[in-house]
Write a protein that binds this ligand. Structure first.
Ligand SMILES: O=c1ccn([C@@H]2O[C@H](COP(=O)(O)OP(=O)(O)O[C@H]3O[C@H](CO)[C@@H](O)[C@H](O)[C@H]3O)[C@@H](O)[C@H]2O)c(=O)[nH]1
Ligand SMILES: [Mn+2]
Length: 700
């Protein structure tokens, strides 16, 4: 016949720091005369060999178990106990099926008497109410009938972190909420509370108390004896723990030298985890302060001796003090720190996915309202406001910002007039049919606007000739006269630098020799670039740089004699039958626009002399044989007597050279140059559209 299964008291130890608790628990049970064996579940990888050795002397069975970590320990922070991350390990009790019944006791429990009657309970599970929520049970004292069915169910819950407090108590209460369990009396798991205790009840039930359980972060051995000196329920019960400790484990005068009253050797292993133990100073002070041992713990009525009472072993400490014995601090005292249980074991697991950040452990400080009943007394007087508060205006004016470095020669002229700006919007309103601004006017506007640095013009000239200037001559001039005046008074500074001229001509000639026309479009297909129906993206990138304003900048500026045709509301182009009359006093288009390639020069002389196509072998200039249909104004056919300086000559000569496009891409005032589209300009085109070309940027 098989041997009947055994009954045991069992505890759990997962860290060295709880060793004093486990030791006191074992002693308290044995002192109480239990007939049952003692067992301890231990996690070998987190306990020191010394601790295990000590446990071996105290317990009949040491049962190694794997720690079970809460995979989602967030709820532990709700009760401020992140150190209980491995509390689920406790469910290993249910798999100890080698035992019939287990009376489980936390390591922070001290038995005041043997609890053997608990093994006679029928119920498969029993526990006492929790003091914080009495409908729930506390898991520090439990009567368990181990079985694998419950174990696997609990294990599944633990794996899912199914626990309202993140630890075993939440998990087990959830598990047994809908199962039958036996409710033990509070006397089996009395949890003294420093803040609240129902003292009359304590006094009344005191003699029934079977086990005291020191719940919470602070344990008797971790806070030391200082807290347990006075009257009150909590201190009385604390004294019961220290009584067992003192009887069996308290440090002797010389470590490892003595024997306790029970005949056991004092344990230095245990002492090192007891606050305030194992230093010579402590030997003296503790014996003065501590509550001395209660002689017979089986007798709850035994008188409790307070600090003022005679010491149980007065000789030791006094002797030491008197003889001036100063013992070196033992190394185990220096090593007694035991790190609290971490939220996760970095040596075995990855950090939990939803772990609480470190900051959750930062100390917090609570400020409370002042509860003083004293009425507020206003001070008799307040300090006078400061009298020297005003803004001190600085005596010296701040030095004006430095002028920008001169780039062009004329910028160095000392009495160069301040440049002004004139914008198209400031000028006369849009061209009127028949009397709209001529090309001369436009050119004047343009030059004044764009050469606002007053390039090359005599002092004051830029303003004087500006159309928007108040000093504008009011006497009416013919367009031709204005053109003459304008051209005489305006020239570009770079035209006076022969080097530029020579260089650009050389490029142009070399291109002409290579048969590259300067402005021929790639495929020769004429295109009505002015048609609004043609979207911008369909146009090829321009090859020509000029200083013309772009269509965007000056959309209405008529830089060609012909007006811009806008589509009607219905989208089609307007009839060519001139709605707008030809402008007067404007040079003929053939004088400055190449009918072949649309190349533009403002100075007709330059145009005739310089602009040639390689195919024009017999032609001296592009304009030697102007298209017969376009000759209209007699004023443009006669040669000019005093050829004025070119205005746009760089543009005419730079055409077609990508390198020079880049170099000439910035106008004298730093604005990007405009470029003509490379589509051919038809003599019959209704207008010419200009397109801004920024160096380095290609229009789609
Ligand atoms: O670092 C540790 C932490 C815990 N334990 C063991 O686990 C038990 C539970 O920890 P404890 O500090 O005693 O928890 P309590 O302050 O008592 O907190 C309550 O909440 C815990 C978590 O739900 C339950 O385990 C307790 O029974 C319950 O009283 C201890 O007694 C020890 O046996 C260790 O060995 N090392
Ligand atoms: Mn406990």
């Amino acid at each position: 016949m098989a041997r009947p299964l055994e009954d045991v008291y069992c505890t759990l130890l997962m860290s060295d720091s709880y060793l004093p608790g486990a030791a006191v628990l074992a002693h308290s049970l044995r002192d109480a005369g239990t007939t049952k064996k003692l067992a301890a579940l231990i996690t070998l990888d987190t306990l020191s060999p010394d601790t295990v050795a000590e446990l071996k002397t105290l317990y009949d069975y040491l049962i190694p178990v794997e720690r079970i970590r809460n995979p989602n320990p967030a709820n532990l922070y709700l009760m401020g106990r992140p150190d209980l991350a491995f509390a689920f390990t406790k469910i290993a009790l249910w798999r100890q099926t080698q035992f019939r019944k287990v009376v489980y006791l936390d390591a922070d429990v001290v038995a005041l008497r043997a609890l053997d009657e608990l093994f006679g309970l029928e119920a498969p599970f029993a526990a006492a109410p929790d003091v914080g929520w009495p409908d729930a049970f506390n898991t520090g004292v439990m009567v368990i009938s181990p079985n694998m069915g419950d174990y696997w169910a609990l294990q599944t819950m633990a794996a899912a972190a199914d626990s309202f407090d993140g630890a075993d108590q939440g998990l087990l209460n959830q598990y047994y909420e809908h199962r039958s369990w036996h409710r033990l009396g509070f006397t089996y798991n009395c949890t003294p509370n420093a803040q609240y205790q129902w003292e009359p009840a304590y006094r009344y039930y005191k003699r029934d108390i079977g086990a005291v359980h020191f719940i919470g972060k602070d344990k008797p051995w971790s806070s030391g004896r200082t807290g347990g000196g006075g009257p009150g329920v909590h201190n009385e019960l604390l004294a019961r723990w220290w009584a067992v400790y003192d009887r069996h484990l308290k440090a002797a005068t010389t470590p490892q030298s003595g024997e306790g009253p029970s005949g056991r050797r004092y344990s230095t292993t245990v002492q090192q985890y007891v606050h305030g133990q194992a230093t010579s100073a402590d030997f003296g002070t503790s014996s003065l302060q501590h509550i001395a041992a209660v002689p017979d713990i089986v007798e709850p009525e035994a008188p409790i001796i307070t600090a003022e009472a005679p010491l149980s072993e007065p000789g030791e400490a006094v002797e030491n003090i008197d003889q001036g014995v100063v013992e070196p601090t033992p190394t185990f005292e220096q090593r007694k720190f035991s790190a609290p249980q971490m939220q996760w074991d970095a040596t075995r697991f990855e950090p939990p996915a939803e772990s609480v950040p470190e900051a959750a452990n930062f100390p917090t400080r609570t400020y409370e309202f002042n509860e003083s009943k004293q009425l507020f007394q206003a001070p008799r007087s307040y300090p006078a406001p400061p009298t020297d508060m005003w803004y001190q205006v600085p005596e010296t004016r701040p030095t004006p910002a430095e002028k920008p470095r001169a780039i062009f020669p004329w910028e160095k002229e000392p009495d160069r007039p301040q440049a002004t700006r004139v914008f198209a919007e400031d000028l006369a309103s849009s061209p009127q049919p028949g009397s709209g601004p001529s090309l001369v006017d436009s050119a004047q506007q343009f030059t004044t606007t764009h050469c606002e640095e007053g390039a090359g013009s005599p002092p004051g000239q830029a303003q004087a000739t500006g159309p928007g200037s108040p000093e504008r001559p009011s006497s009416p001039q013919t367009a031709d006269q204005q053109w003459q005046t304008f051209q005489q008074n305006n020239s570009n500074a770079w035209d006076a630098v022969p080097g530029i001229d020579t260089y650009v001509r050389a490029i142009m000639e070399s291109q002409t020799k290579r048969g590259k026309p300067q402005l021929l479009h790639q495929d020769g297909v004429p295109e009505d670039i002015l048609s609004p129906a043609i979207s911008r993206k369909d146009r090829r990138q321009s090859l020509i740089l000029t200083d013309f304003p772009s269509a965007m900048e000056r959309p209405s500026l008529p830089v060609t004699p012909a007006p811009i045709r806008r589509p009607t509301f219905w989208g089609e182009e307007r009839d060519e039958a001139g709605e707008l009359p030809q402008a007067e006093g404007v040079p003929e288009q053939e004088d400055w626009v190449c009918p072949k390639c649309g190349f533009i020069s403002v100075r007709a002389e330059d145009f005739r002399r310089d602009h040639r196509h390689s195919s024009d072998a017999s032609t001296t200039t592009a304009l030697a044989s102007p298209p017969p249909a376009s000759s209209q104004s007699p004023s443009t056919t006669k040669p000019r007597e005093n050829p004025p300086s070119p205005i746009f000559s760089p543009a005419t000569t730079l055409a077609g050279s990508p390198e020079m496009q880049y170099r000439a891409g910035i106008s004298p005032r730093g604005a990007p140059l405009a470029s003509l589209t490379d589509a051919p300009l038809q003599p019959s085109s209704p207008s010419l559209e200009l397109q801004t070309h920024f160096p380095g940027f290609s229009a789609p």
